[in-house]
Design a binder for this molecule. Structure first.
Ligand code: GCB
Length: 616
């Protein structure tokens, strides 16, 4: 809907239908005001605040609607909702970990807080930005609906109309609903807990009327990076998108450390970039060089820190800056196990990556959904490579066109947010999706979309093994579309004992890099027994020893790395062994107290060996 129509709708009906706009990227590099902190809440399992007693959506001005401030002027007035202490909750944060009342709750919770408007210049406006809300968010300000968003792991924002924003006491209400549905992404069935809430940062972002909304600044993937390095002349390419079209303007890109300043004329709402950078240092795992990049339009500057590197596949190899790379990875869920909660801060990212570093890993698979932005940002500065993924997991409704649109939207939001992160080398379009023609059409559409949005990275998806005359065979038709063939395998945990690895045969149909996106076994931290005892640390250690030995001796030559399952134990309602699991998936190398299990050291040694090989 165009702006004129929106304004007319508002004038005629008094109903605000403000549309959600494309995401504003790099909010850290802009003028913003945090709305994190203590909010009020109402738990509303029957959604009384949203539907009336005939179960019709309430009208905007309805006094019973939970987005409206209850107004009581005399003793005979009454209300059936309100936001008051001690009903408070922290943002960002999942609700489940904040109070026993929420532990297994899935449904609607209303969040409320007030804020004063930031001081604005005449030509400035404010956006309300959410890092993520799981799953469906309806956002209201001063009784007006700003919009809604679905998808629990990607950001969204709404422009706050001038006529809605008040100088003081703005009444902000968010309806958050994390009920699972078959036609959503993820669907009803996952192996992780469906943490609900405003799980990531909330902020007001102040921007000029016309501003740079998104940009992509990366090494031109077409250039021969080895030649470019020897000449110390690199081609940089990209684009910049404004929020509004302009008849004419100038965008400036500056990299002060390289004494580089490019001015480009923009007409319309976007402009391409192409320039040469001299004497630049490439970003790599051993030397994760980041450059300050400043983008200016109309005297308004956004600051970012960007690394420049080339990731490519050549035949059966993965190359980083032209050099073959073995991915020493580990999968991670976005959880802090000792606190049984979602990770959501820079400090949480530091803790998780501290373990990753100890493991001698150079890569993480951020499973099974886009993690908070602190993760790829920290990975950028540590030189850790990142696989990031949308939650197209298991039994999505693949025949449903609406579901495909939802997946495409999440993919778009993930790529838009992280496309300037050098650490991110793989976009994954899903995990263990069951083979069928409908599924392959769905998934290959996502692969094509990812490729069309970003030519500077690799595309993958975690596939499953098929058995062919005694051989573990990888022939999922989706492998024809991806750059890397990635496989989840649990030989020795599901179906056999770890020594089955000693005779297993492995083949892939595809002449592409072959990557093990998962392998793992369960162990309860601190439980010790003989190695044959399931769930003992010794069993898991045995499993890792056999697996590592198999990788070294029996894997095909195109084996290019692995990201075992998983760094730390995580909450999962599917895991109900009363002695060893108690609602936790125990395949972590680190337990729910933060202690390392025996298997941690097996993988650590293997990675040390691979690291030394790489350095020699
Ligand atoms: C898988 C899934 C992962 C599960 C894991 C397990 O293949 O991709 O989400 O948690 O197996 O523990 O079984």
């Amino acid at each position: 809907m165009n702006k004129l129509l929106l304004a007319l709708t508002y004038l005629i009906t008094g109903v605000c239908l403000y549309a959600q706009e494309d995401i504003i990227i790099n909010t850290q590099g802009r003028n913003s005001i945090s709305l994190n902190g203590t909010w009020h809440y109402i738990i509303d399992p029957y959604e009384t605040g949203f539907y009336d007693y005939r179960f019709k959506e309430r009208n905007e001005g309805d006094g019973g609607a939970y987005w409206n401030r209850p107004v009581l002027t005399k003793k005979t007035d009454w209300t059936e909702h309100g936001y008051k202490d001690p009903y408070t909750i922290q943002v960002p944060g999942d609700w489940n970990s904040q109070d026993r009342i929420f532990e297994y709750y899935e449904g609607t919770v209303w969040y409320q807080r007030e804020f004063d408007a930031p001081a604005l210049k005449d030509d400035e406006s404010v956006y309300l930005y959410f890092g993520a809300v799981n799953y469906e968010a309806h956002v209201y300000l001063n009784g007006k609906k700003l919009g809604m968003h679905k998808g629990g792991f990607t950001p969204f924002n709404f422009k706050i109309p001038k006529e809605v924003l008040m100088e003081e006491g703005n009444y902000l209400v968010v309806k958050v609903d994390n009920k699972r549905h078959p036609e959503e992404i993820p669907t009803v069935n996952t192996d992780w807990w469906n943490f609900g809430g405003i799980t990531r940062d909330v902020k007001l972002v102040v921007v000029p009327e016309t501003f740079i909304r998104q940009y992509h600044v990366q090494l031109d993937p077409e250039q021969d990076v080895v030649k470019a390095s020897s000449k110390k002349r690199f081609q940089i390419k990209g684009w910049i998108k404004l929020n509004n079209p302009v008849s004419e303007g100038i965008v400036t890109l500056e990299i002060p450390e390289l004494k580089l300043k490019e001015e480009v004329r923009v007409t319309g709402d976007s402009v391409s970039l192409a320039f040469e950078a001299r004497k630049m240092k490439l970003w790599s795992t051993s030397s994760p060089k980041l450059y300050e990049v400043n983008l200016t339009f109309n005297d308004h500057t956004i600051k970012d820190k960007i690394g420049f590197r080339k990731i490519a596949v050549e035949g059966e190899k993965i190359l980083l800056n032209g050099k073959q790379l073995f991915l020493r990875g580990i999968s991670i869920h976005e959880e802090i196990p000792q606190e049984v909660r979602r990770a959501n801060s820079a400090a949480d990212a530091t803790q998780l990556f501290g373990w990753v570093k100890e493991l001698n890993a150079n890569m993480v698979r951020l499973a099974h959904y886009p993690h908070n932005e602190y993760m790829p940002r920290l990975a950028d500065s540590l030189g850790i490579l990142v696989w990031t993924e949308i939650p197209v997991y298991w039994t999505i409704d693949f025949g449903n066109k609406e579901v495909l649109k939802k997946a495409e939207k999440q993919l778009e939001e993930m790529i838009s947010r992280d496309r300037n992160r050098a650490s991110v080398i793989i976009w994954s379009v899903g995990n263990e999706t069951p083979v069928s023609e409908t599924r392959t059409n769905f998934m290959s559409t996502l692969v094509k979309k990812a490729r069309s949005m970003d030519a500077t990275r690799l595309i993958s998806a975690a596939l499953e093994v098929s058995y062919n005359a005694g051989v573990n065979y990888v022939d999922d038709p989706l492998g024809a579309y991806t750059d890397i063939v990635s496989l989840n395998e649990y030989l020795g945990w599901y179906g056999a004992l770890p020594d089955a690895c000693q005779t297993a045969k492995w083949e892939t149909k595809y002449k592409k890099p072959f990557f093990i996106s998962e392998t793992g076994a369960g162990a309860k931290g601190g439980f010790h027994d003989v190695k044959e005892m399931r769930f003992s640390e010794e069993f898991q250690e045995w499993y890792y020893k056999e697996q590592v030995n198999m990788f070294k001796t029996r894997f095909p030559a195109n084996f290019s790395g692995l990201s075992p399952w998983i760094l730390a134990d995580f909450r999962s309602p599917r895991r109900n062994n009363p002695e060893y699991q108690e609602g936790w998936n125990r395949k972590g190398l680190i337990d729910d107290k933060g202690n390392k299990k025996l298997a941690f050291y097996i993988l650590q040694d293997y990675y040390k060996e691979m690291m030394e090989k790489e350095n020699n």
